[in-house]
Design a protein around this ligand. Structure first.
Ligand code: URA
Length: 225
């Protein structure tokens, strides 16, 4: 069956009722980026900022991701960025008007309910490599027994037409001890470099995942001199 276009998928996902998370979310946060990106990145679910703006990875974790991509020589605009779950799951903390919305991890049923959207995005983009940011994304694609800590930073074969490189979620670096932040960021950058190298190798080998168009290279042009 032909892959549905991203625009069609985005429009269809707007009214998704596959699980109850839509009831408390502001909107569906669908993936965005280059339609035929060679690198497709998958996070967990939108956070507070993403829920309000309707765009993935635009809050603090997104800013750190952007820094990591930049250091790895990857142009975010040339990638496609999405989440395993498309609605913000949250619980209220505090009282009255100052109430904050605290992120809650999606459960297996919610991840499974949203998986058809993720798989459809992968089919539409046909990336050369998929980057799973954190356990939720990795387990959505590789099964619940998958452990990021044991398998991070490797291009693992997958059934999605492209290898998967699993790594930590940028939010876990922000939550971790501040004195370890630089070292953890450097490890994330290393894992992203593995993904970029894998995408380049596939491109050099002339392995178009679906053979239907020219792609934007994900790696940023290096300045001369
Ligand atoms: N965390 C995610 O996993 N995805 C986002 O879009 C934002 C934060």
């Amino acid at each position: 069956m032909a892959a549905r276009s991203l625009n069609v998928l985005r429009a269809q996902a707007r009214t998704c009722r596959n699980c109850p998370l839509w009831e408390r979310a502001t909107q569906t946060v669908f993936g965005e980026g280059a339609a035929h990106a060679s690198i497709l990145l998958v996070g967990e679910q939108p956070g507070d900022q993403e829920d309000r703006q309707g765009r993935p990875f635009v809050g603090p974790a997104g800013h750190l991701l952007e820094t990591a991509l930049e250091r790895a020589g990857i142009d975010r605009a040339a990638t496609y960025v999405t989440n395993a779950v498309k609605h913000f799951k949250w619980t209220a903390a505090g009282e009255g008007r100052g109430k904050r919305r605290i992120h809650q991890k999606p459960n297996t049923t919610e991840v499974r309910a949203c998986q058809p959207w993720l798989l459809a995005e992968i089919a539409a983009v046909a990336p050369r490599v998929i980057v799973a940011l954190g356990a939720t994304a990795a387990q959505s694609l590789l099964g619940s027994a998958f452990r990021v800590t044991q398998n991070r930073g490797k291009a693992l074969p997958s059934t999605y037409g492209a290898p998967i490189v699993a790594t930590v979620h940028p939010a876990s670096i922000l939550r971790g001890p501040p004195e370890q932040r630089e070292a953890e960021l450097a490890r994330l950058v290393d894992d992203l470099r593995v993904a970029a190298a894998s995408a380049s190798a596939a491109s050099l080998a002339g392995a178009p995942a679906n053979g239907r168009r020219a792609r934007r290279p994900a790696t940023a042009r290096q300045p001369h001199g």
